[in-house]
Ligand binder design. Sequence first.
Ligand code: NAD
Length: 420
Amino acid sequence: MSTAEARIAVLGLGYVGCVTAACLAKLGHRVTGVDRDEFKVSSVLAGKAPFYEPGLEPIIAEAVAAQRLFATPDLSAALQDADVALICVGTPSESNGNLGLGQLRRVSEEIAGLMQGRSRRLIIAVRSTVFPGTCEQVVATAVAGHPSVRIVSNPEFLREGTAVRDFLEPSLLVVGGDDTEAVGFVADLYRELPIQPCLVTLRTAEMIKYACNCFHALKIGFANEVGTLCTSLDIPAVEVMQTLCQDVKLNVSAAYLTPGFAFGGSCLPKDLRALTYRAGRMDLKLPLLENVLPSNEQHLQRAIRAVLGLPAERIGIFGLAFKENTDDLRESPVVALIEHLLGKGRDLRVFDPHIKLEEIYGANRQFVLNALPHIGKLLVPSLTDLTGWCDHIVIAQKPSPAFDAQLQAGGKPRLDLVRL
Ligand SMILES: NC(=O)c1ccc[n+]([C@@H]2O[C@H](COP(=O)([O-])OP(=O)(O)OC[C@H]3O[C@@H](n4cnc5c(N)ncnc54)[C@H](O)[C@@H]3O)[C@@H](O)[C@H]2O)c1
């Protein structure tokens, strides 16, 4: 099977399906769009877009005229010689917020009903946004392990209003699945586009789409809360955010976007507290910013529960400062973690490459001695001392490559809080 001119059935000719069908036809594939809605089918057949989307109509018209794009309400006809069924049906919200999977269930059952007696391979690629596990639970269950079917997740990232440009100049291309050949085939459909595909598992692909959309929503919420505060303070909000975006090392970058341990230190908690306190005094509600510290506290509590759940009698903790390469202990989440563990009567020792109690002084020393008066008895001078004493290691700070190698060589079971 070659992807040079793949035969693709696009199921659902809504905003996503119609743009996908037209653009895949533009890339040289032979595409049949399927929709229960006769208007959408007849629009496409007439070379017209069934809704307004800049640049879409000429692509549909050209592809229909070139006989690379067809449309039909008949799924059976579309699937007959298809290599790929690209599911683009709607997944609207239900009243309780859950994802409405009615359209996906129905179309999966319709496909399953047409698979009897089929020996030709069919890749079902799910482009609709679905919660992780849905491809397995809904689509795979419907086709019930039919030997000719492969299931792939291929989430869509286009935005209405710039959908054609987003398709042709994608920001991300994700294809997930267990069958390497099927994943490669779907990724190859887009080979003319200026993007390298990210090949992942089925559930990872489903999750990436949610992570992206939630991140975008978070960014907008953040900008609007900062903007609201700026406006109340008579500070130009756009200038503040545009300047923030000039920092492409720490602000608009991958920095701080790796899941790990809770944050702490002498700046982030203090500044969040001060900003939300002052906003509150101005009667401004900034729920996103107000909930960052509670979110961080929840994350710390999860770590505490995970450590308490270890079948450990002697816990060795790597790291005490709030991050690597510093001896600053102020508001270190590790200090809070140790406080909890000691409170629960756990036996533990701590090693931090940069902490020597006799060398730290001032607010830093006061903070740790207030929280952990007996820290002097818990600190050990070397990692070898720690791994030699403990039966479990908790990594609470990113180790250097040398310490990482030593931790692995130590052979003790590890709970890594910084590299989830
Ligand atoms: N709209 C966006 O900007 C966007 C972007 C990325 C991802 N998504 C996701 O893509 C999916 C589709 O979104 P949309 O906005 O295109 O939805 P939509 O409601 O515009 O289109 C869905 C289409 O599927 C058709 N359909 C439903 N069941 C069918 C069946 N059994 N057979 C044939 N056709 C059927 C409907 O008639 C409709 O035309 C959703 O999961 C959505 O979350 C949307």
